[in-house]
Design a binder for this molecule. Sequence first.
Ligand code: MOS
Length: 729
Amino acid sequence: MNSIHTAQRVDARAKVTGALRYGADRLPDQLAHAAFAVATIGKGRILAVDTEAAQQVPSVQLVITSIDLNELGSPGFIMAGGYGFQSLQPLVGDRVAYRGQPIALVVADTLVAATEAVELITATYEAEPFAVTLDDPGAETLVQADAIPIPMLADTVAGEADAAFAAAPVQVDIEIHGPAQHQVPMELISSVVEWRGDTLVVHEGTQNSGAIQNGVAQQLGIDPARVEVLSPSVGGGFGQKNSLQPHIGPLAIAARRLGRPVRLVLTRPQTFHHASFRPASRQRLRLGADSSGRLLAAIHEIDQQTSRHDLFPALYTEVSSRLYGIGDFRGRQRLVRTDVQTPGYMRAPFEHVSAMESAVDAVAYATGQDPVAIRLANDALQDPVTGLPFSSRHVAECLRRGAERFGWAERTPQPRSMRAPDGALVGWGVAIGAYPGNVAPAIARLSAGADGTVAVAVTGHEMGQGIRTAIALLVAEDLGVDPAAVDVGVGDTRLAPQHLTAGSWGTATALPAVHAALRRLRDRLGLLGTGPVDLGAAVAASGGSRVEVEATTVGIGQPVEPMVDRLRKGLVAIAGPEYPGFVTFSYIAHFVEVRVEPTTCRIRVPRVVSVADCGRVASPVTAASQVRGGVVWGIGATLREQSLVDTRYGGFLNSTMEEYPIPVNADIHRIDVDFVDEPDPLLNAVGVKGLGEVAMVGVSAAIGNAVFHATGARFRRLPIHIEDVLAAL
Ligand code: MOS
C-alpha cells in the first residue's frame, strides 16, 4: 500500500501528549483574566448596571459596562459584508436583544476573582415581550428572496413544479421539524489578547483569523497591518468559530487600558448564547412521482429561524434541487425573526436534515420500489437546475458500493419484517447526501532549505479536520520527503492572508495553492516534472540556503484581483458550486441499521456504512475520521441533540454538556467508511472536492428511514424521542 494511505495525522502525537497549544493556552507574563456578566431578560433595555460589589472583590482591576460607539464600532454581520457572527456589539448601547447577551466585562488578576465579581453584578431593565420559537407571537416571517434580494439567495426554480406535482400520479407531502442545536466543540470560545507596542496580538481558536484581523481593526479604527491573529490549531469549530466574536473588541480595549494581556474563556453556557448555533427549521417537501417511482416534481419550502438584528440566509434548496434528476423543482425559503443571538453555520447547516431523502423513501414504499434501486434510477446525469454537466458525480457508485458492503440484498422490504435474536425490531435505511463544491482564493508560500526541510504557509485553518496533514502529504508526495519534515503554517495572519475556512472548502482551497507553489519551486530549482527529488542538494546548487516561492489560486472563473483583495480584507470570497461550464458537488451514501427495543422503544444504531465521493482523497486517515465524526454527529443530531428554548425567560435551557446530550461511546458502534477516490477533473489541479459536511448529510434521513422500516412509523420532529416511539407503537 502507498505510504500516503497509511500516513497518520501529522499533529497526532502533539495532540495526544498535550504538547499542542490552543488559542487561550498561551499564558504571557502579567496575564489578567476576564469574565462576562450577562443579561437575565429575554429582550429590552438596560436601565442600570450595579457593579459596586464586583469592584470590591480583591484583585479586580477593571469593570466595563459601557463602551462608546466611537471607541468600538459594530463588527458587521459576516453574511452582510461584515466580520462578526452577528452585527450586534454587546456593551455598546443599552439594548438587550436576547437573554445571555453580555452586559459587563470584569478583568481581575485571577479567574476566580473575575468569576466571583461577575456573580455580584446586577442590573435593572425595562423588559419587553420576546419571541424565541418559530411560532411565538411576535416572530416575524420574511420571504428571503424579497428580504435579501441577491441572486445567490434567490429561490431555486426549474420548470413548472406546481403543475407537474399536481399531475403526478404518486404524491408525497411531508413536513420535518429540526430543532435549534449547538456545536459544542471541546475547545471553549476563548482568547488571549495583548498589545505589543501598537500591535494587537490575538490568540484565538478560530476558523477565520482574517476576519478577526480586519474586523477588530475596523472596530477599533486601526490599521489591519497592526493586528496579528494566531490560530494554528482549533479544538473543534463546526461553524461556531467562523467569524469575529464580539468579545475580542472589548478585550482589546481592556488590555489597552490595563497595559496587560487579557485572557477570556467563555463558560459553556455562554457559548450557547454568545456564538452562532443551528437555527430551528421547518421544512415541507412535496414530491411527485409516476407509478414506476420516477421522480417528476418537487416543491421544497423552508422556514428558518434568524435573529431580530440579522438575516442568516437559508440555502436548503441549492442541494435538494440537485439530489436527483428532477426537472420541475420549486424552492421557497423564509426567515423567521426571533429574539436570539444570530444563528449561523453548523456542520451541513441546511442539508443534514434531508427532507428530500425522507420523501424519496416514502415514494419508494408508495411505488413498491427498493430504496436503493429508486435512487439509482433517478440519478441526475446533468445538473437539473442549470443544465450544466457535473464536474464529477459518483453518487451511484457510492450507493452500489455501500449496498454491497452493508449486505443490503438481505433486506426484506416490509416494515417490521426483520427481528434481532433478542426480539428487537430491526430496520435498514439508506439515504444519500450532497454538498456544494465551493472554493476560496488562497495564497501559499513555500520555503525549501539546503538542509532538506520544507516550510509551507497557506490560507487555511486546522480545526481537527486534518488540513495540516493533507497539506503535508501533498508536499511530501510531490517532493519525496518525509511528511513529518514538512512544517505547515495555517491560521496565522503573519504567514499568509487568511480566509474563512468553512463550507467544506478548506482542502479544495489550500491544496491547489500549495500545488501551484510546488510547481513554482520545481521551476526555480530546475526540477521539472514530478517525482522524488534531492531537495537539499537542489537548493544548495541554487546558491543559497533557502529558496522561497509564492503562488495564488482562485476558483475557476473567479477574477483574481478582486477576489485576492477580498481575501486580504478578511471578507468571504467563495466561488461555486456553479462554475463556468460545470457544477460541483460532493456526494455520500449512508446505510444504517437500527434496532428498536420492543419494551423500552430505545433506538440503537449498531452499524453504519458510508461511502463518499470527495474527489481525490487527500489524506485517507483523517478523511475516514472526518466521515466517522459526521456519522456520529448525525446519530446525535437525530436521536439526542436539541437546544431547548425557554419561552418564559428567553435563552437556551440546557446549555451545559450535562444537559445537552451528545453521543457517548456506548451510543456508537460500527461505522465503516469507504471512498470512491476518483479525482475531480475540473475543480482544481489536485482533483480534490470537499468532505467535512457531506459526511453528515443524509445520516439523519437514513436513520429515520431505518426506523420506519423497523417500526412502520415516521417521526417528523427531530430528535426522535423514546416517548414518541412509545406513543406510536
Ligand atoms: Mo462550517 S458549518 O461551514 O464552519
